[in-house]
Design a protein around this ligand. Sequence first.
Ligand SMILES: C[S@@+](CC[C@H](N)C(=O)[O-])C[C@H]1O[C@@H](n2cnc3c(N)ncnc32)[C@H](O)[C@@H]1O
Length: 397
Amino acid sequence: MAHDRGSQEAGRSAVPDRHGSRPSAPGGTGRWLPWRAATEEALYGAQGFYRRPEGPAGHFRTSVHASALYAGAVARLLCRVDEALGRPRELGFVDMGAGRGELGAGVLAALPADVAARTRAYAVEIADRPAGLDDRVEWRAEPPERVRGLLFANEWLDNVPVDVVEVDAAGTARLVLVRADGRERLGEPVGGEAAAWLERWWPTAGEEGLRAEIGLPRDRAWAAAVAGVERGLAVAVDYAHRADARPPFGTLTGFREGRQTAPVPDGSGDITAHVALDACALPGARLLTQRDALRALGVTAGRPPLSLAATDPTAYVRALAAAGEAAELTAPGGLGDFGWLIQPVGIPHPLGDGDTETATEYGTEYGTEDATEYGTEHDETCDGKQGGKYDGKRDGA
Ligand SMILES: C[S@@+](CC[C@H](N)C(=O)[O-])C[C@H]1O[C@@H](n2cnc3c(N)ncnc32)[C@H](O)[C@@H]1O
């Protein structure tokens, strides 16, 4: 079974020896590059990790692979957006960084028939379209423009490559350079907008050995994705940290064949770093945990009553399995701690205030004067489909 990336600890095993004493990969040499450029090539170059046929699910599990309950919850969120938009003739669903398109297929399967019939589902992905994907999912390398609906990015931003800095003995933050075998050395001091970003979002306080990851490319990638939504909602879900608790040595790490590894930019495995979602947030966004977001969307981990076992054993076993899957999706220390960055564009927040006590608000809201009020009636239809017909890959093997 592939590794659940939700359970990784913040960069602990990923912190390399600052003098570059990590053992070399066989034959691994090559140029010294900043981490961002090295990762770009290792993940998305011609021989890049994400271009491999087995896809992300061959190496790790995301919430999408963990349970069909996840696609069911996203489908219910899409229903709320649909209501807020006044049930448009065409409702967009954009799965950003779609992997093998499992989420789009699962959402379509979980939607009520009348909503599914109006939904145009896009999978935006660098890798090629996988064989056998639901024909209704449109495969694209770039996001569509002027979407009215929901853009959903599950574990996309952590794979937008970032540069890494480390504080040297003189207290200066310098770019970390890396070779294809994973050996590192320090490069130039950081300056310009990268230095400004660090100062604002991840100050390193000049203590030798501290590291930070410059989230600027993710802020920009997210802003560009949100700009493609004309009206509706954009959601980014990822393992995240906030300004008040940045990990002092960063989080850069690797994954290969279900295991967390040292990050080696040779194309053989994933390279990822937690996301400063608070820095990505645009005005009007809310940031909450996956646990709270899924609870607001009706995913709870309660065990079914024992009495059900006597009256309907099959239903009891099914409900027990669903409770186990819900527990995994909402687990403290695991997927439940993921951040959901919820960015409305011209509609009210679709997760009600009462659902999200832990939410952090960012800036002022987008205008919502002409938004249709969203209610619960339609959600009930969606709720009736929870778990739906999705029979996509579950174990990511
Ligand atoms: C960790 S995988 C997540 C896949 C899927 N969303 C899931 O949750 O299982 C990240 C995916 O984002 C894709 N990706 C990264 N940058 C992208 C970009 N700029 N445009 C489209 N896809 C991108 C990668 O190729 C990879 O398949």
